[in-house]
Each structure stands twice: as structure tokens, then as C-alpha cells.
Write a protein that binds this ligand. Structure first.
Ligand SMILES: [Zn+2]
Length: 523
């Protein structure tokens, strides 16, 4: 035991000395990360001229060109023969036809009913409509007694009944699987209906969310786009339900009330209504790109360190430009400055031993699309990628740090490699910045570990560290402007990333993955 401790102490001591020496060498170059350049770049990228850099739009393309030019001017090279940009195709679904009529009455999409965007067309004309209550199929409760619903429209209620406020489908009184919307829909699909109308008692509550989903310009990666071929589902509220019962509010409410508090599922009811559904989405092609630039390594050139930040933001909403100076203009300009510091080191014959690839990613705000594309079509083999240091918002501070802004949240650094965590700690001590690990706690409800581009690297077992200043009042608001950036802190945090990168790129052995990831994705 004693011997082990001694050896360990010697090893740790040696590690500390070598890292410190390495940082002393880096000191001459970290000063190239300065507030003047950071504010110069950010003043351009977060100006109205760049129109909030929305993925697929003109402002994003302008930003992409600006970044490529800046990298090229500093002397970085393209990491592949394809040049500095990795283009990727996206699809955007736009609502074209939007009709649902029941007994001649037109229902309003987004207000009275809603459909998912996982298919491009919904086309059903039927007068065979069956109400199956809760649509449960168990030995103690069968909603489908003596009825064949194939090729018919099935109208079903969300949830399950209770007696005296107590569930009973499960013998132990717990909530059953039939309360799970996904489960219930899959079970009904097995009966081959032509359409499922899912009556959701919470429809009103989620209406604005549904509306946003339908009308928002959401994007999907083209290589992942596929149209669902299973039974379509219409999500609907009370108004659609009543109309299906021929505008007979009383009848529906009476039946609903009875079913929700009865042990009997009743008999399936054939509704004498006619339904016509015609909803179409048009698919538009959208193109975007990631910008990649490399500082070539000197001798360990088979290995690559990635430093990433997303340069896209959320664009123009209701005529107002959302400039995203902090999100993630701050990370984007930090990339440029860290790249400059490494290029200066290279000029002074202190270039990194491993290659360093700077990747400015787009599509982040639309669901981490650029980084997802990248890990599916990597330019550098993922097995040769030793780590990803991802920067997303480092120019401001959150409420918790109003009194002392000398901090940065670091998330995920210890999830796959204890060495990465330890190197980052030493870099933070060298720079003199406090690392806050609040959001690194797996129990933290914000789950930031899963919410920026690094996660696509982590999923592929590449160690990551995520640098972040926390959420503030201007997060995803038009007030996220350059004037509110604290440039000295932006520079200091970028320097922390620089020192961590310095050690990762120059150490003898690449850092080891010594921990199992937890892949509890939230999406
Ligand atoms: Zn962001």
C-alpha cells in the first residue's frame, strides 16, 4: 500500500511538473488571444448584416465565408482535399394543404387538430368511424369486443379510466402501459385502421407547442429523412371529438364521464359521421455547411484534436435580428483566436505535435445537425480524433455569478477520460479561473451535456469538454448583443481552452478513454 502510494505520488508529481513546463512554453502565445481581436470579429459576425446567422439562410453563408477567410489569412489549411467547407443537405417541410373536415365542418390545423411531420401527406376519406373509448385491450378490460376496426377510422381517448381516483387496469393500482401514448398508438396500429384520431384531454395545454412544431421552420438532415408508412395519427381536442359525435357535446361529455369512472369499457360505437383529411407538406431542400480549418501537427500527425463552436444562430424573427453575440458568436470568435495563438506558436517553431482541427459548426440551433452530420460523414476518422473541446457561450455570466464573473462552467470533461478532466483542471489553475461543475452533475435537470455539439462526439466515445457561461436573461432573445459581452472574461475562458488544447496536442501519449459513457439521450 505504502509503496503504491509512493509510486503514485512520484507519477503524479512528474505529471504536474511536465504539464507546468508545457504551460510555461504556451504562455508566450496565449497572449495572442486578446480582447481587441475578439471584439473585432464579434462586431462583424454578430452585426445585423449577418441576419442572425440562421442555418440555410444568407446570413449563415456570409458567416461561413468570413470564417474561412479568417482561417486562411492566419495560414491554417483545409483538413482535406475537399477544402474548408463541409456541405450538407437538409430538408424543410412546409405546410401546403391543411384540411380536415368532419360532416362539412372545417377544423383548423394547429388550433383544433395537429399532425406530426414524420410523413409528407395525410389523405383519408371515410365514413366508417369507430369510437373505441380508451382503446385498451386487456383480459379485464377490452375496448374492442366484437369489432373489426381494420380500414376504419379509430377514435380513441388518451389515458386510462380510474375508479375513486384509483387506477385499476393494473391489478396493483399503478398506472398501466395504456397511459403511454406511444404504446397505445402502436397497439392500435396493429389492428390496421386507416387513421387514428387521438383525443387528448390536454390538447389545449399543448396547443401552442403543437402550432410551433407545425409552422416553425424545422430542418432535418436529408440523409435521415424518411416518410413514415404506418397508420397516420391526428391529435385532436374536445372540438373534434364533439363534431365526430355530430356536434353533440352533451353526448360526448356524458360518454366520456361514464367511461372515465367505470370498470366497463362499454361497447365500441360506430359514429355516423364523414371525415375528410387532406394535409400535405412540401419538402424544400436547404444547404448548409461546417467550416473546418487545421493547424498541422509536427510529428504525431496521425492524431487530431478538435475544437468546435457553432456559428449559426436563430435568424430574424418578426423583423427583429437575433444576433446571438454570446450564443454562439463568443465561441466562434474564440475559435479564431485560439487558432491564431497556435499558428503563432507554429511560426516560432513551437507548433503542436498533433493536428488541431477547428470546426465551426452550423445547424446547432436546429438540433445539433451540423455536428451530427459530421460524425456520420467524418473528414478525419473518428478513431484518430483524440478529443473535442466545444465552446458554446463564453462571453457573459449567469445570475449565480453576478458577484464574481471569474468562472466558467465545464461539463463532461470527466465523463470519458479522467486525464482530460485533470488536464483541464491544471489549465484552469494556470489561467486563474474558477471552474464551476454544477452542470456536470448527472442529476442536474438542465442536462446540458446532451445539448450542444460535443455530445455527437461523446456518443462516438471521443472525450469531450464543454465550456459554457450559463443561461442569462438574453438567452435566445434579441438582447443577446455585442455590447453585453464581457471581453476580458471571453479572452480568459478562450485561454483556458487554449492551454487545455496545448497539453492535449503536445503530450507524449494521447489521452486514454478510461470511463464508460452513459448514453442517456434526451432526444
Ligand atoms: Zn449555442
Amino acid at each position: 500500500m505504502k509503496k503504491f502510494t509512493l509510486v503514485l505520488a512520484i507519477l503524479l508529481g512528474a505529471f504536474q511538473v511536465s504539464v507546468a513546463q508545457s504551460f510555461n512554453k504556451a504562455d508566450a502565445f496565449s497572449k495572442f488571444i486578446d480582447t481587441k481581436d475578439l471584439s473585432k470579429h464579434l462586431g462583424v459576425l454578430a452585426s445585423d448584416e449577418y441576419e442572425g446567422r440562421e442555418t440555410g439562410k444568407e446570413g449563415q453563408r456570409k458567416a461561413s465565408d468570413y470564417l474561412q477567410n479568417a482561417f486562411e489569412e492566419m495560414g491554417l489549411v483545409a483538413p482535406s482535399e475537399h477544402g474548408f467547407k463541409q456541405y450538407f443537405k437538409l430538408k424543410q417541410k412546409v405546410l401546403a394543404n391543411r384540411k380536415l373536415s368532419i360532416n362539412q365542418r372545417e377544423m383548423i390545423i394547429g388550433e383544433e387538430f395537429f399532425v406530426a411531420k414524420d410523413r409528407t401527406s395525410y389523405n383519408v376519406l371515410s365514413n366508417e368511424i369507430v369510437f373505441v373509448g380508451y382503446g385498451i385491450n386487456e383480459s379485464n378490460y377490452n375496448s374492442y369486443a366484437n369489432i373489426d376496426v381494420s380500414n376504419k377510422v379509430v377514435v380513441v381517448l388518451d389515458g386510462e379510466p380510474k375508479i375513486d381516483n384509483q387506477f385499476f387496469i393494473n391489478a396493483d393500482g399503478t398506472k398501466s402501459k395504456w397511459s403511454d401514448r406511444k404504446y397505445k398508438i402502436e397497439a392500435i396500429r396493429k389492428l390496421n385502421p386507416s387513421l387514428i384520431i387521438y383525443i387528448d384531454q390536454n390538447f389545449e395545454k399543448y396547443k401552442s407547442y403543437y402550432k410551433h412544431q407545425l409552422e416553425g421552420n424545422s430542418l432535418t438532415l436529408a440523409f435521415k429523412t424518411k416518410n413514415a408508412e404506418n397508420t397516420p395519427v391526428v391529435n385532436a381536442g374536445q372540438i373534434v371529438a364533439e363534431e365526430l359525435f355530430k356536434s353533440n357535446k352533451k353526448v360526448f361529455n356524458k360518454i366520456f364521464e361514464k367511461l372515465s369512472t367505470s370498470k366497463s369499457p362499454g361497447k365500441p360505437m360506430v359514429l355516423k359521421s364523414t371525415l375528410k383529411l387532406d394535409v400535405q407538406f412540401i419538402e424544400e431542400d436547404v444547404k448548409s455547411d461546417n467550416v473546418l480549418a487545421m493547424v498541422p501537427g509536427t510529428d504525431l500527425t496521425d492524431e487530431y484534436l478538435f475544437i468546435t463552436a457553432h456559428y449559426d444562430h436563430i435568424g430574424v424573427i418578426d423583423g427583429k435580428v437575433y444576433n446571438g453575440a454570446d450564443d454562439d458568436g463568443s465561441g466562434t470568435v474564440a475559435l479564431l483566436e485560439i487558432a491564431q495563438a497556435f499558428m503563432e506558436a507554429k511560426k516560432a517553431s513551437n507548433g503542436p505535435r498533433r493536428n488541431i482541427v477547428f470546426m465551426a459548426v452550423s445547424g446547432e440551433e436546429k438540433g445539433l445537425l451540423g455536428s451530427e452530420y459530421y460524425v456520420n460523414y467524418p473528414i478525419i476518422p473518428l478513431s484518430k480524433t483524440i478529443a473535442d473541446l466545444n465552446i458554446d457561450m463564453i462571453g457573459r455570466f449567469d445570475e449565480a455569478h453576478e458577484k464574481d464573473t471569474n468562472f466558467v462552467y465545464v461539463i463532461g470533461a470527466d465523463k470519458l477520460s479522467s486525464e482530460l478532466h485533470s488536464i483541464n483542471e491544471k489549465a484552469a489553475a494556470h489561467v486563474g479561473i474558477k471552474v464551476d461543475y454544477t452542470f456536470n452533475d448527472p442529476k442536474d435537470p438542465n442536462r446540458f451535456y446532451y445539448r450542444s455539439d460535443h455530445y455527437n462526439f461523446a456518443k462516438n466515445n471521443i472525450p469531450i469538454a464543454f465550456y459554457f457561461n450559463g443561461v442569462h436573461a438574453d438567452y435566445h432573445k434579441e438582447g443577446d448583443e455585442v455590447q453585453k459581452i464581457t471581453f476580458p472574461m471571453l479572452a480568459k475562458r478562450a485561454q483556458l481552452v487554449f492551454y487545455t488544447a496545448w497539453e492535449l496536442a503536445n503530450r507524449e501519449k494521447r489521452i486514454v478513454v478510461d470511463k464508460q459513457n452513459d448514453f442517456t439521450d434526451t432526444k
